[in-house]
Design a binder for this molecule. Sequence first.
Ligand SMILES: Cc1cc2nc3c(=O)[nH]c(=O)nc-3n(C[C@H](O)[C@H](O)[C@H](O)COP(=O)(O)OP(=O)(O)OC[C@H]3O[C@@H](n4cnc5c(N)ncnc54)[C@H](O)[C@@H]3O)c2cc1C
Length: 484
Amino acid sequence: MPNSNAPKVAIVGGGVAGLAAAIHLHRLAPETQITIFEASGRAGGVLETIYDSPYLIERSADNFATLLPDALELCKLTGYTDQLISPQQNGRQAFVLSRGRILPIPVGFSLVQPTRVWPILTTRVLSWPGKFRMLGEYFVTRRDSTEDESLQSFATRRLGREAFESLVEPIVSGIFTADPARLSMQATLPQFVKMEREHGGLIRGYLAARREDAAAVSRRASGARYDQFTAPRLGMSHWIDHLVKSLPTGCLQLNQPVVSIERAAATNSRHSWLVKTAANEQKFDGLILATPVQHSARMLSSVEPTIASNLSQIEYASSAVVVAIVDRRDIRNRVDGFGLIVPAKERRPVLAISYTSNKYAGRAPDDQLLLRIFLGGATHPEVMDNSDDELIATASQQLREILGWSGTNFRWQAVVRWSQAMPQYHVGHNQRLAETMERVRAAGPIRLCGAGYSGVGIPQTIRSARIAVEELSKLLDQSFSERS
Ligand SMILES: Cc1cc2nc3c(=O)[nH]c(=O)nc-3n(C[C@H](O)[C@H](O)[C@H](O)COP(=O)(O)OP(=O)(O)OC[C@H]3O[C@@H](n4cnc5c(N)ncnc54)[C@H](O)[C@@H]3O)c2cc1C
């Protein structure tokens, strides 16, 4: 029998953030009556696996990082860690296209940070002036201002234009599908901003960290970065199904898009929020919006117009992924790593090619290669106007030119479109977000979480859900103990 005095909480959005919020809330306050409203007919949001034997294909994320532990912790909490696999041992390296050639990313170069001298001196990705400019980072003075700046500004200032264009831009903008001239350093790579502030630079920061913990730093720099990633052996959808099974019975309501949110009643009332779907409306004591920011803005537009207007300023970018399965024997160039990034200066429509079946076992038969070709992003929005056939033709042409693919048709193919799916953390994001979250806290028992706020990766979205739950349940605890 549900306890009629227990707090009722609505979670809107059944992506990984919404599911994580429900699991954490149930653990923290088991008596809470939780309802998850999910607009579509399935949970998981952007996370979804296509199973077409013998292939296992991820529509979006194919793995997650473990350094920020929240995703792994959720797996531990729900008994899923035995289903996680590590990237394959062979081919743990990535490549960059450089004037049409496929070259390895220099060992020890991590996002924006050079940590080894020899691989930089010997790489063919940079010219000699470019190499010396990058290593000269050691002597670049610290920036005085504490204002946010763009990735482009930070990387060019510290490492030089050539290193930015040849390495940093394709590595970092590929992760965020963003325009590096607008991407906020403080919101996306705060660890390097802090490093400059505390140690005077990136190389200095690396050396200081090495002095403190030589063993850990040398492990990180020795190309073992892939140890910091994991994937569900049977795909993201299997993980999502497991999370759904870990929810309190009956709390997930599919095909229930929330249309609006209203305040239910004035003070001293038990219920605070009225959640309206097309079919009905229900009262709740607390609310967690785990929806993409633009959707949250729409739902809040009448009850909290300022918050809604702030949220609607966070932009999203679109991208398309062409999934192609090819015979390995039809590829002339090297595909022995995990993937290839393509700098904007190469002037190609492709952002990156992931050699997905090299990364994790069980994705395709050994004599075939599962490729994911990423197109579009913030800097190429026009790509989304192309038909599926045109996108496949573009991808085929790029594979011919870049990898020397000589096949006529792909063995298997799909086009996955991500319309307005990647939040863009533009310069000033953290400051605007802090102001918005302050308003949200002042609005009562409501919290926001998901990819639009403090990190786009799966661990970050789960962390944002955990924090939202902790804050909300504290607030509900207080108000329920005051009433009793
Ligand atoms: C192509 C791509 C590749 C990626 N690769 C990686 C990767 O390799 N590693 C990694 O860590 N991250 C990756 N990410 C990012 C990561 O997958 C996402 O940030 C994360 O899954 C977002 O989860 P979420 O729950 O915040 O949002 P979503 O998954 O967008 O879920 C939001 C949910 O809210 C629902 N909803 C919307 N409006 C309403 C409404 N009005 N009422 C009810 N429900 C509503 C939606 O239907 C959806 O189910 C990738 C993302 C993309 C798009």
